[in-house]
Write a protein that binds this ligand. Structure first.
Ligand SMILES: C[S@@+](CC[C@H](N)C(=O)[O-])C[C@H]1O[C@@H](n2cnc3c(N)ncnc32)[C@H](O)[C@@H]1O
Length: 279
């Protein structure tokens, strides 16, 4: 097992985290200028992980590997256990699968894996906070880019009917299945792109990226009946872009939520949209 310690300008860190798809980080130090973080990686994955990080650094035009050190295999799980504490986003609490929770919130148990959706990211938290308000009992839900399955599991736990979680990454689909099983809820986890979905769902959850929305918002907007919950929008520029895309498709903004991430200059945004009555 290796510990790779990297440094990035703080303004770029979240972009990196999204690009790197939630592999799992430990933030060692963060101020407004710089974020220092560690990635723990299996020896056999070392080369591919380092290359993937390097490629993103090149795209971002910044980022440095500070240190690479061996860590003992037996410390590995303990390391994660230190890092992942319960995250409360009422009415939900996200807990690592080894944790026992006895409070009043609705627990979502997650195994630590490679897929995005640990619950730490503001874009995930925004959707979680909107789910109880907009999903009614027995609503059908399509969770585009399900990652760990976190949003599908939350939907099911508050009473949704059929819930489908799709992702193009095979690891995500596996984690969606494992986590649904751990939480004793039935989610249909499938390896699929939203481009290949043709049926409509009451609710569509889409915590994706602006590039995807720019290219395929029309397609996504055809997949929901009641509400489309969009997240993964970072900063004022992307916010204006999504508002323009919505207006062009006659989608009405019912709610806008933003969340500041410590150390980052701009905020993350999420939106609840519905088909405008004029449609
Ligand atoms: C930001 S993560 C969201 C994970 C989780 N839903 C959450 O809210 O934490 C976005 C996910 O979308 C997936 N994705 C990207 N393009 C996709 C597509 N065309 N169809 C389905 N999933 C896609 C990625 O593999 C990734 O797992």
């Amino acid at each position: 097992m290796k510990k790779l310690i990297y440094s990035l300008p703080t303004s770029l860190f979240e972009i990196f985290a999204v690009e790197f798809n939630g592999y799992g980080f430990e933030i060692l130090n963060r101020d407004t200028e710089e974020t220092v973080f560690a990635i723990y990686v299996d020896d056999k994955e070392l080369k591919s992980v380092k290359e993937a990080v390097q490629e993103i650094f090149e795209d971002l035009g910044n980022g440095t590997l500070i240190l690479e050190e061996d860590i003992k295999e037996e410390n590995w799980e303990e390391k994660w256990k230190e890092h992942f504490k319960p995250i409360k986003i009422p009415p939900f609490v996200i807990i690592p699968e080894w944790e026992i929770y006895e409070g009043d919130l609705i627990p979502i148990k997650l195994k630590i894996g490679k897929a995005f959706g640990t619950g730490l990211h503001p874009s995930t938290q925004i959707v979680l906070s909107l789910i109880p308000e907009y999903i009614e009992k027995e609503d059908s839900v399509l969770d585009i880019g399900t990652g760990s399955g976190i949003l599908s599991i939350a939907s099911k736990k508050i009473g949704a009917g059929l819930v489908k979680g799709i992702d193009i990454q095979p690891e995500a689909v596996e984690e969606c299945k494992t986590n649904s099983w751990e939480n004793e809820v039935e989610v249909l986890c499938e390896r699929k792109s939203f481009e290949d979905i043709n049926e409509r769902y009451d609710i569509v959850l889409a915590n994706l990226q602006i590039d995807i929305f720019r290219e395929a918002f029309k397609k996504i907007s055809k997949l929901f009946r009641k509400y489309l919950i969009v997240s993964g929008i970072y900063g004022e520029k992307e916010r204006s872009q999504i508002l323009k895309l919505s207006k062009d498709l006659n989608l009405e903004v019912l709610k806008e939520v933003s969340k500041k991430d410590e150390g980052l200059e701009e905020k993350w945004y999420g939106f609840v949209l519905r088909h405008s009555k004029k449609d």
